[in-house]
Design a protein around this ligand. Structure first.
Ligand code: GDP
Ligand code: MG
Length: 165
């Protein structure tokens, strides 16, 4: 069977995307899902979850030493709204996902990007996306590691979206 994050540099590549609690609270889930759907990506996992502190700390482990880390974990885990966690699949989806999301600081994000269109604060930037295939592998395992949580399926129009010739 296919690895959880699919195969890098193929149409089965996968990335982890999460609407953060501020994005859910502000009613932006549908707009964000639509952008990935309309681009031609395939939704292979989705759930609303209030992450445990352990999950949030592991997800952001590389930022442990940063001054905003405690606040970041608190905002992700306090339950005022869930995180909507997703896995999206398709050609170059890790890199394209980051481009669609925009820069970490929304004030540096291009206006057409998700952050550039919907937010203004780095501490409330509404969405997460894996920054590399290796991060996607870690994050999909962390959020969707139980058997059957990521679903292999083929959209009827997949060939029309993906064909090269
Ligand atoms: P991302 O990959 O674009 O989400 O950015 P990073 O991996 O560098 O940081 C993860 C998250 O930490 C960001 O999306 C922000 O929510 C938060 N963050 C990063 N830098 C800052 C900062 O300088 N201040 C605050 N308050 N939050 C930050
Ligand atoms: Mg990051």
């Amino acid at each position: 069977t296919k690895p959880l994050a699919g195969i890098k540099n193929t149409a089965s590549e996968r990335t982890f995307i999460a609407v953060k609690p501020d994005g859910v609270q502000r009613g932006l889930v549908g707009k964000i899902v639509s952008r990935f759907e309309e681009r031609g990506y395939k939704l292979v996992a989705i759930k609303a979850v209030v992450p445990s502190r352990a999950l949030a700390e592991e997800h952001y482990a590389d930022l442990r030493a940063r001054p905003f880390f405690r606040g970041l974990v608190e905002y992700m885990t306090n339950g005022k709204a869930p995180v909507v966690a997703m896995v999206w699949e398709g050609k170059d989806v890790v890199r394209q996902g980051r481009a669609m999301i925009g820069a970490t600081n929304p004030l540096e994000s291009s206006p057409g990007s998700i952050r550039g269109q919907y937010c203004v604060s780095v501490g409330r930037n509404i969405i997460h996306g894996s920054d590399s295939f290796e991060s996607a592998t870690k994050e999909i395992q962390l959020w969707f590691g139980k058997p059957g949580e990521v679903i292999d399926w083929e959209p009827a129009n997949w060939v029309w979206t993906m064909a090269e010739n």
